[in-house]
Design a protein around this ligand. Sequence first.
Ligand SMILES: Nc1nc2c(c(=O)[nH]1)N[C@H]1C(S)=C(S)[C@@H](COP(=O)(O)OP(=O)(O)OC[C@H]3O[C@@H](n4cnc5c(=O)[nH]c(N)nc54)[C@H](O)[C@@H]3O)O[C@H]1N2
Ligand SMILES: Nc1nc2c(c(=O)[nH]1)N[C@H]1C(S)=C(S)[C@@H](COP(=O)(O)OP(=O)(O)OC[C@H]3O[C@@H](n4cnc5c(=O)[nH]c(N)nc54)[C@H](O)[C@@H]3O)O[C@H]1N2
Ligand SMILES: [Mo]
Length: 747
Amino acid sequence: MRPSEDGVPMKGMPNDKQPTMVKPTICSICSPVTHCGIDAHVRDNRVVKIEGSKENPHSKGALCSKGAASRQYIHHPDRLKTPLLRKGPRGEGDFEPISWSEALDLMAERLLQYKKESGPESVAFFAGYPKWLRPFLRRLCLGFGSPNYMTESSTCSAAASLAFNLNYGAAPGPDLSKTKCLLVWSRNPAFSNNPMARSLDKLIKRGVPIIDVGPIFTPLSAKAAVHLRNRPGTSGALALGMARVIVNNDLFDREFIRQWSHGFSEFRAYIQEFTPEKTEEITGVPKELMEKAARMYAATKPAAMLTSPNATVHHTNGVQNHRALTALIGLTGNYDAPGGNKVMPGCYLYVKNGHTTRQKKFESPCSIEDLAPRVGQAEHPLWCRFTGQAQAMHLPGWLKRQKPYPIRSLVAFGLNHRMWPAPDLLRESLAELDFLVDVDLFFTDSARMADLVLPACSSFERSEFKAYPENYAIFTTPALEPLGESRPDVDIICDLAQRLTPQDELLTKGHEACLDWMLKPMGLTVNDFKGHVRGRKLPPPKPVAYYKYREKGFDTPSGKMEFYSEKMARSGLDPLPKYQEPRLSPLDSPEKESFPLILTTGFRLPMFIHSRTFRVPWLRALYPDPCVDINPEDARARGLGQGDWVKLATKRGAIKVRANLTEMLPPKVVSMYHAWPEADVNLLIEPDYQDPVSGYPGFKSLLCEVSLFEEKNSSLQVGERHFDLSETTNQNLGPECDGNNRLVFYQ
Ligand SMILES: Nc1nc2c(c(=O)[nH]1)N[C@H]1C(S)=C(S)[C@@H](COP(=O)(O)OP(=O)(O)OC[C@H]3O[C@@H](n4cnc5c(=O)[nH]c(N)nc54)[C@H](O)[C@@H]3O)O[C@H]1N2
Ligand SMILES: Nc1nc2c(c(=O)[nH]1)N[C@H]1C(S)=C(S)[C@@H](COP(=O)(O)OP(=O)(O)OC[C@H]3O[C@@H](n4cnc5c(=O)[nH]c(N)nc54)[C@H](O)[C@@H]3O)O[C@H]1N2
Ligand SMILES: [Mo]
């Protein structure tokens, strides 16, 4: 069979008679560390069938439910087809199509006007969960002179990296191929990351014991040697209790601690508070199990730790939690050790494979620290300096105050207001902007708030560079012509650069020129990938040594691993990884009487990813209604049965959802997925319920109550806050909408 230029003919079907082509591409419905290989069967510019690419060394032909449903995602009727300009009042959804050149010219005119009148900082740039465009967007933002580059990293992953960095000056990952024991601190790859789930299965087959930590009984818990089922928000206390067992039983690495640690004696004194009894009292983990896990992790050599990007930091004590648990790596001598946690250089977009690129240099045309202070910097200086971003969680407050300087425009790529706690506030605050631009695949509820909406195309319709950890990379060939007039985000950014930052000789040259510049250290150009529609092996990378700190020290103020963080001390924060109860605690919060259950939100479900897939019929059929997961014991005590409509309430308000009775949840803990358009759990969270170091919302340790929803007897009252749902695309609002289409909060 003759391979064609833009694809591979389908087996068994003569190419000249059958126009269906198999076109290799990558999925980008979920995270850039995953991006499974897809064989798209395309006819008349429509995907007619999806298969996993067996040749992709990362996904090896497997796809999750979301990837398998790509056809319905890509060809969904909500896809934006043309640029749209607002005609009617903001938020009412009255738009008219305009051309791309009109749209880009209008943007340039407005943004340059704000820059002249109010300074470049008055224009903010935002990327939601989409990541492929970020290096380009940051370069545009800084080149324009604005420090207000913000992303979804304001709620994800970066706080965990910050905690690692405060301890070690780097964030090492588990060296899975050589490890003999794996401590998985709150991660559920079976639902959140298929390729990772498969590599853990291999490890388990090899006989490597897993210690699983987290309140929810996941598929991994079932395979673990030990499952520590801690109460949400208590990871810090659990880690300190484990550290005490390790230190007091002389299971720590004395030599490493003596030579390479800073503040160990203070740490050692502090952890004495966390006796097994007290640790059990706080965390709910039986002390025998905790001791067993601590001994297993410390005594098995080598042992590695896999942490979550969010489950341990979505708490009001998040960064300190994560500092406490990652301190166990150094304590046991597993830092940068074979089979422990290894420091690897970053390649491209969160992937590490031994190669390096000039991504960081590319996205920093100047130092962000030389620009005006950015949103959230006063509140979270450590986080803002570490990430080189603004903290988007402070955007609503800033927009309402418009101080210390006004922000007049927001240029967003993938804005989902339901990412924020109190999304009603964020949405309201967007009305303070003179000019909101949203670039998205879909006409979302957030896009309705914009002045200008621009259609982006999906990964199937664009070329993008993707590196894999298996020393492999691909520069994809579009499998489809862009649908409607949609365009790749990066092309939009490069066109904007021509208008906004014409002095930028690289960004104005376009996507491929920028990539060629970034890929230089790899010794490859985009052209070297073009003949390889399924991607190609990379040249062997330079081997990355272990124990690099022995040569170079640690990139911390003391040059050592810091139990006592000098950066925290300088910022007036607790230098030791001290444990504090979540601000909403079932032990000592005044709310605990009326709201006796603990609420954790955003536990990943396999068929959903944030706001993206509720609209996809095949996926929605797997999980039709918003549900709160609740242990049967708690349900029984409240007279609730499986599937009953219930009221999930916090002090801030209530939503109507179904009860899902499951022992995956321990008693007294309930869980609800986020971003449902008709039952948004983030409405129940106060905007200032945040970790002081990172600004991350305490999404995973809240207090709530669940009760039967009784339509007739329920005395519905309109709460203080309301949310205008009249424009929502989802009409299934149910009785939580009053006559004026306002969201009703129960009191
Ligand atoms: N299908 C799907 N996949 C996704 C996503 C998605 O939305 N859907 N999102 C992607 C994104 S953005 C991210 S950040 C990753 C997250 O990926 P994961 O970290 O794997 O997912 P989570 O569901 O957040 O975490 C599950 C683990 O956290 C524990 N856990 C839950 N609540 C708490 C708590 O309060 N405290 C502690 N210590 N542990 C807790 C559970 O017991 C379980 O062990 O997933 C990515 N993959
Ligand atoms: N309660 C609660 N809230 C949470 C979390 C939680 O666990 N609990 N998790 C937090 C975390 S970890 C994360 S990562 C965030 C998720 O962050 P969000 O930004 O809310 O994630 P999405 O809804 O996946 O994506 C945002 C928008 O991007 C659009 N989009 C998709 N692909 C593209 C593209 O290629 N180009 C463009 N221009 N747009 C695109 C989507 O259509 C969508 O409208 O939510 C956070 N919020
Ligand atoms: Mo995330």
